[in-house]
Ligand binder design. Structure first.
Ligand code: FES
Length: 154
């Protein structure tokens, strides 16, 4: 190998060895691109939670069954029905009877909540219609957001 061949070989080697670094600097940072794609939070859930509303079931289930009973929802036990006096409105109550903690049932035809244990009855707004219960059922605000039925205490 003469001197000209030697320097030609060294310069090719220098370019070849620095090429991966040059290419890497042109590519997007894999860590940054991964972070940019990380947020997978459902936007409707975030909005519902930020406004204090919590999902307790699906609108499809409410349409199919006429009610949603969720004893372990984020706001506690909840029974959601369609408002019998407003086809676009929802009613949500805590279905725990205020007499002795049985779970009330919605009687659509009679438009009331009935307790199977001692026959207390409650109006759609939770007020006592018939004892022995003396206190009304707790109520929640309720609405449909996207495909979810959401409620908010208070
Ligand atoms: S527990 Fe409901 S009426 Fe007694």
């Amino acid at each position: 190998m003469n001197r000209r061949e030697f320097f030609g070989w060294v310069s090719v080697s220098a370019v070849a060895s620095s090429l991966p670094v040059a290419i890497a600097s042109c590519l997007p940072n894999s860590n940054n691109s991964a972070n940019a794609e990380t947020p997978t939070t459902n936007t409707s859930v975030t909005i519902a939670q930020s406004s204090g509303f919590q999902s307790v079931g699906t609108a499809a289930a409410l349409d199919k069954d006429g009610q949603i009973l969720n004893k372990k929802s984020p706001v506690g036990p909840v029974l959601v029905i369609k408002n019998p006096n407003d086809p676009n409105g929802l009613i949500a109550v805590n279905p725990t009877c205020t007499h002795n903690n049985c779970t009330v049932k919605w009687k659509k035809d009679e438009k009331l909540f009935d307790c199977p244990c001692h026959d207390s009855e409650f109006a759609p707004d939770g007020k006592v219609l018939k004892g022995p219960a003396k206190k009304p059922l707790a109520t929640y605000q309720a609405k449909i957001e996207g495909n979810s039925v959401v409620v908010k205490a208070g």
